[in-house]
Design a protein around this ligand. Structure first.
Ligand code: AMP
Length: 113
């Protein structure tokens, strides 16, 4: 795997992060600049640069990412109170890092979108 962005360095433990979960398919870590009391990111270990780039063969991976988001929401005790998933795709959404990531936010009542 090429390590051309910060998330790939986190996956490969080349830079520190608060890793909450990792398996052969996904890595989950706390967002360094949290926008809510609980804010973590779920990313695939393989390089998918944006939501636009998912393919049919990724369907199990994407389903796994969602299931792990739910699992960590349980661990972080926001499963019952509620939480929000966000995927920013490309420039107008403010995607800063070209590696697919699901934001999971909770721990307080979030503003309506
Ligand atoms: P996005 O704007 O959707 O691309 O989100 C990128 C997110 O990555 C932002 O919420 C950042 O705070 C977060 N982030 C950037 N660098 C790191 C890092 N080293 N560790 C954890 N989160 C990071």
């Amino acid at each position: 795997m090429k390590e051309n962005n910060i998330f790939q360095k986190i996956i490969n433990k080349k830079i520190p992060a608060d890793i909450l979960y990792q398996d052969e398919k996904v890595t989950v870590f706390s967002d360094i600049n949290p926008k809510a009391p609980v804010h973590f990111l779920v990313i695939p270990n393989k390089i998918i640069t944006s939501l636009n780039k998912i393919e049919k063969k990724d369907k199990n991976l994407v389903f796994h990412m969602l299931n792990i988001a739910i699992l960590i929401a349980k661990k972080k005790k926001i499963y019952n109170t509620g939480y929000r998933l966000i995927i920013n795709c490309n420039n107008h959404a403010g995607q800063e890092i070209n590696h697919l990531h699901i934001h999971v936010l909770g721990g307080k009542r979030l503003k309506s979108i």
